[in-house]
Structures are given as structure tokens and as C-alpha cells.
Design a protein around this ligand. Structure first.
Ligand code: SF4
Ligand code: SF4
Length: 120
């Protein structure tokens, strides 16, 4: 019973926007044709943290499918940012550019768990 209440569906916090900042989004977004890197504000996020294209067809499907829940959203925006950043780190596909630079989406340095692509 306790586990069920931990991850319960909740109302999205107005002005939070942690899920529009912390995670990477691989779909094209107006103003971010290559998608959104992790930890970067979405180009469609207004200064007061609202989505400019909410309800419009150009909004990525992944945004509409994300549902607020306690495990992800935490108690406040700061906690949500931390949790989403950690999930991003854990799920990064780990493919880097040929110059060994940080991964363009997760921002991690190349390492044992990260494949570095090298041009032939
Ligand atoms: S992290 Fe949760 S509360 Fe914050 S904007 Fe996203 S869905 Fe809403
Ligand atoms: S398109 Fe809208 S909902 Fe999706 S990340 Fe950007 S601001 Fe957030």
C-alpha cells in the first residue's frame, strides 16, 4: 500500500517545468530542430515556465505522453530537476561524437559505460 501512494498520479505544478529542462528530448521541437539536450531549457518554454505550443500539433508527442507522478516530480521543482537529471544519466545511450566530447544530450564525459564513435 505504501508503494502505491509513493508513485501516485498528481497534478502538474504550474510553473515547475522541470521536465521541460532536465531531460533530453530527441524529437524535433520548434526552435530546436535536433531536439533538446539535457539540462537545457526548451526553446518553447516561456519565462514563466509555460509551454508556448501546448495543445498544438508541433508539440512533441513525448511531452503530451508524460504524466506527472510523485516519483518523478518530487516535492518541488528542485527535487524534480534532480530526479530527472539522475534518470537522464542512468538512461543515456552513451554514444559520443568522434572528438570525445561530452555526449550532446546527457552532457556526460566519455567513460567505460559510454561508447565513443570514431570516424574510419
Ligand atoms: S516535473 Fe512534474 S510537476 Fe514539474 S512540470 Fe513536469 S510533470 Fe509538472
Ligand atoms: S515543447 Fe512544451 S512541453 Fe515539451 S519540453 Fe518544450 S516547453 Fe515543455
Amino acid at each position: 500500500m505504501a508503494d502505491e501512494t509513493v508513485n501516485q498520479i498528481m497534478e502538474c505544478r504550474t510553473g515547475c517545468a522541470a521536465c521541460c529542462i532536465a531531460p533530453s528530448i530527441s524529437s524535433s521541437i520548434p526552435g530546436m530542430s535536433e531536439g533538446k539536450p539535457a539540462g537545457v531549457r526548451c526553446a518553447q518554454l516561456t519565462p514563466d515556465n509555460r509551454c508556448r505550443i501546448f495543445g498544438k500539433p508541433e508539440r512533441p508527442a513525448v511531452c503530451g505522453s508524460l504524466r506527472p507522478e510523485r516519483e518523478m516530480c518530487g516535492a518541488d521543482a528542485e527535487q524534480a530537476l534532480q530526479r530527472l537529471a539522475e534518470w537522464e544519466r542512468l538512461t543515456c545511450p552513451g554514444v559520443h561524437g568522434d572528438n570525445g566530447a561530452t555526449h550532446p544530450f546527457c552532457g556526460l564525459e566519455p567513460g567505460p559505460s559510454h561508447v565513443v564513435l570514431v570516424k574510419a
